[in-house]
Design a protein around this ligand. Structure first.
Ligand code: AHG
Ligand code: MN
Ligand code: MN
Length: 355
């Protein structure tokens, strides 16, 4: 049932996140549990935002304290953010909780109706340079067999969202009925509606990829980026600009604001055979948000929301944003010439032949 109120625009700056969640609770049996979880994440986000805003003055910094279970450098603030989120969520009857900072998922309450996966702090490498970082969350129904909690398809998600800790602290949320953005009213200490029913433009003039990895990419990815670089002189027929922030949440927020296409593909570097982003707590929630806003999210070959994880920290290639550009990238991934070159050792990743 669409709980979306008609004519939301006059609610901009007025509607509080907690009122929005209250309305949603009347729509479905799990809605109460989902609303309580989003409210808890919003509470944690306000505390995390305060820590981040204090930078080196706070006792949580960008200093590295070790490595997480996925082998990524673990920073002080990763650990703090994870602890704050788990404390706020710990008060709720959640069936299972998973985090980038936890080796395995945790069964919390066998009678809980929902399961939650979080990336407590996304874009950690940006902490000590004062750039936007964020928190990403995915909310799933609790299956009968809780050991399968995080092996569900992305399309099973009940809700997804992310928080950006940047010039504004904003919470981007989908409850399965469109995407809304709530911005923290610091004086009142609550999130207020800033944008409702956000839509991504079908085509775009901005691509985002870590171009330093070009020599490691598969030919379809090189061909797509080369088309973007060829601009109006190539098949794209228009010029592109490029951005790369190093925080998935910031790239997603920009795409929700002015369109764009983001790529973190698989590449030939050791450990990057499936790219860098994790399916359960980065790609799945982002894919739900991007599709709910009218965009597309693909591996280049498959729709991300069709996928289910075999392991908690499993990685997946991600191409997301304006649907025209995602579709073009998928076409190139199906191009027999380019596909053949991926498997043919001579042309593949050693880069003997520029495509
Ligand atoms: P996290 O900090 O949670 O590990 O996520 C970082 C991710 C993502 O936010 C960003 O798009 C990507 O890593 C940047 O990767 P590179 O540093 O390889 O460009
Ligand atoms: Mn991340
Ligand atoms: Mn992270």
């Amino acid at each position: 049932m669409r709980h979306r109120q008609r004519g939301w625009t006059q609610m901009i700056g007025q509607l509080r996140l907690d009122d929005h969640l209250q309305r949603y609770t009347e729509t479905a049996p799990h809605a109460l549990a989902v609303a309580a979880a989003v409210d808890a994440i919003a509470t944690a986000a306000i505390e995390i935002a305060g820590l981040i805003a204090s930078g080196d003055l706070a006792d949580a910094s960008g200093l590295t304290t070790g490595r997480n279970s996925d082998g990524d450098l673990q920073r002080d603030l990763d650990v703090h953010a994870d602890a704050i989120l788990r404390r706020c969520l710990g008060r709720l009857p959640i069936a299972a909780l998973a985090s980038e900072e936890m080796r395995e998922a945790q069964i919390v309450d066998r009678h809980g109706r929902i399961c939650i996966a979080i990336d407590p702090l996304d874009g950690s490498s940006n902490i000590d340079i004062n750039m936007t970082v964020g928190t990403i969350f995915s909310i799933l129904p609790a299956p009968d067999d809780l050991s399968l909690a995080f092996q569900q398809r992305g399309s099973a998600q009940l809700a997804a969202g992310f928080v950006t800790y940047g010039p504004q602290t904003s919470l981007v949320l989908t409850l399965g009925d469109g995407v809304d953005i709530f911005t923290l009213d610091r004086k009142a200490g609550c999130f207020r509606l800033a944008r409702s029913a956000v839509q991504i433009s079908e085509t775009c003039e901005e691509f985002a990829i870590n171009a330093s990895n070009r020599r490691h990419w598969d030919p379809p990815v090189r061909a797509f980026i080369d088309e973007c670089l060829a601009g109006v002189e190539g098949p794209a027929n228009h010029d592109f600009n490029m951005r790369w922030i190093g925080s998935l949440v910031a790239e997603a927020y920009r795409i929700l604001t002015r369109g764009g296409v983001f790529l973190y593909p698989s590449d030939a570097r050791p450990g990057y055979g499936d790219g860098r982003l994790r399916l359960v707590y980065e790609a799945h929630p982002m894919a739900m948000i991007i599709e709910q806003a009218g965009g597309s999210a693909s591996t280049g070959r498959e729709r991300v929301l069709e996928l289910s994880a075999q392991s908690l920290h499993q990685r997946v290639p991600l191409i997301m944003g304006s649907s025209n550009e995602v579709r073009r990238a998928e076409e190139l991934h199906c191009d027999p010439l380019l596909v053949a070159s991926v498997s043919a050792p001579l042309f593949a990743r050693r880069g003997f032949f520029r495509l």
